[in-house]
Design a protein around this ligand. Sequence first.
Ligand SMILES: Cc1cc2nc3c(=O)[nH]c(=O)nc-3n(C[C@H](O)[C@H](O)[C@H](O)COP(=O)(O)OP(=O)(O)OC[C@H]3O[C@@H](n4cnc5c(N)ncnc54)[C@H](O)[C@@H]3O)c2cc1C
Length: 407
Amino acid sequence: MNDHTGDAHLQEYRLKARRWLAENVQRREAVSTKKYINERVERLDEFKALQQKLYEAGYAGFTFPVEYGGQGLTLEHERVFNAEAGRYDMPQVNFGVSINIIGATLIAFGTHEQKLAHVPDILAGRKLWLQFFSEPSGGSDLAGLLTSANRDGDVFIVNGQKTWSSSAHLSDFALCPVRTRWDVPKHKGISVLIIDLKSPGIDFRRIKQIDGNAEFSEEFFTDVIVPAGNLVGEENQGWRVARGLLEFEHAWVGRGGASTSFEEQAAALASLVRSKGLAEDKGVRRQVVAMHVAATVQGLVSARISDAMADGKLPHGYGGLLKLGDDIVIQRRAELALALAGADGVTWGSGDPHAGDWSFQLLNSRRVSIAGGTDEIQRNNVSERVLGLPREPAVDRDIPFNQVPHN
Ligand SMILES: Cc1cc2nc3c(=O)[nH]c(=O)nc-3n(C[C@H](O)[C@H](O)[C@H](O)COP(=O)(O)OP(=O)(O)OC[C@H]3O[C@@H](n4cnc5c(N)ncnc54)[C@H](O)[C@@H]3O)c2cc1C
């Protein structure tokens, strides 16, 4: 180990982070998943101010280059900080996507100018970003997207529709794959554009959900003008960028980045067991411990694989494995919790702020197995990219996209 990652250095870093958190961020009691997700909207301004403070103190963009506002550190530093921050009232629910998915993609594929223009704003929480990937014709077959962009001199003109865009109503920019060529196979005619959400010609419509929230939008683009300088990566080579973005997303979700902390989840389950008077029940204890072991193993495997990917020792395709592991743990925990909670777990809207949280978690566990690519798609990724099994058969992979029947 060198000075930068040695035990003594990390211990010093941990103590410094602990002091900073104690002085600057409020501690909080265990928070329900429902509240955690809803806070994205309710406390946005407050969290933006805190993210700015974190950025100024050097606790944002741990692995990003210093040149673009990052810290030039390692994932180990990020883990150390996150472990310390676990029980603090942190704003990561708002900025996780912008930083770990979009920011990481811009760092990997953007031009120097794009990184300078956007990455510091992303890290400081001044601008929120999202991805415009899914379309009504399907999200899994991303390469089959239909939204088009025609190059006209220094601009692209975008027409089409995206959907399931998370928090679009709160966001400032999106990374948007579009079709720029129709006469080549589907993976070879895609480009990725930065879209300013204030651009004329974008019609946003919120999608109302069964739980009463409306966190998604669909967007209709009519002759939206995007400067050619907003092209990320090469024209028609955007599949690499889009895949890269998904790999960053899978790796971040697989590191547990999108959830409440591991400690909070374990504490919530233990408190449920006690509140139901089941703490001495041997069968329940066995199930809770098995759950804890599975979550711990997932955390350790995830740390090991993430480090190996960051060091270039494993291909980024392993991110799908991490995401799949995280999804399975979240689903198993939600199913166990609901079984333990019994009838109390399904009361909904009774006025008790915690009522319905376990059933909410069960519903949420289904979201995580869809968002960012479904579990079925991750299984395909793992079989093809990690295990080297034969590729899934596809009839449209090698023929020009304008000859593929759509819908
Ligand atoms: C919480 C949440 C947040 C999201 N946020 C965003 C966002 O911000 N931006 C965005 O662009 N999208 C977002 N999405 C959309 C998400 O990316 C898509 O829902 C997802 O990729 C699946 O696409 P689809 O819903 O069109 O399902 P489809 O692609 O139509 O798939 C339907 C079913 O068929 C299965 N299937 C499809 N192809 C295969 C195959 N080859 N092999 C095996 N099974 C297959 C799928 O697993 C799925 O079960 C979000 C979704 C959720 C739930």
